[in-house]
Design a protein. Structure first.
Length: 135
């Protein structure tokens, strides 16, 4: 079975910090990380009939399912484990509220800084940047 994939905004400073922390916490290498820019480049390389449009949000792919918004964040945290497993507590909040809060925060994410480079561009990290394929 392929590892789940987390697609995130590589230019968002907050997103980069959270994903770097997730990556460090992923001691069993259960998760692939891919910046939104790289994901979109991969989509362009697919035949037009196979391309999919996704909203500009956090995406989590697992078992041929795609999860977005707060659910993507929760599932990524649960997959990494450790302290991140506490993300499951977010399921206590109704989905509509969770996603409203997520979208409110996401629309202001650049207030927390913008990154010139994605954390995946750090040559010291051993990430599988381009191993995800649709299907």
């Amino acid at each position: 079975m392929d590892k789940p994939l987390l697609v995130f905004d590589g230019t968002c400073g907050f997103c980069n910090r959270v994903c770097r922390s997730l990556h460090r916490g992923d001691r069993h290498h259960r998760l692939h990380f891919l910046s939104r820019k790289d994901f979109e480049e991969q989509q362009k390389q697919l035949p037009e009939t196979m391309r999919q449009e996704y909203p500009d949000t956090l995406l989590y792919f697992e078992n041929k399912q795609v999860y977005m918004y707060s659910e993507a964040a929760i599932r990524a945290g649960m997959k990494v484990g450790g302290i991140w497993k506490c993300a499951v507590l977010m399921h206590l909040i109704p989905v509509a509220w969770r996603n409203s809060l997520y979208q409110f925060f996401a629309s202001r994410r650049y207030c927390f800084g913008k990154s010139i480079t994605c954390f995946l561009d750090d040559s010291t990290l051993e990430c599988d940047r381009n191993t995800h394929s649709q299907g």
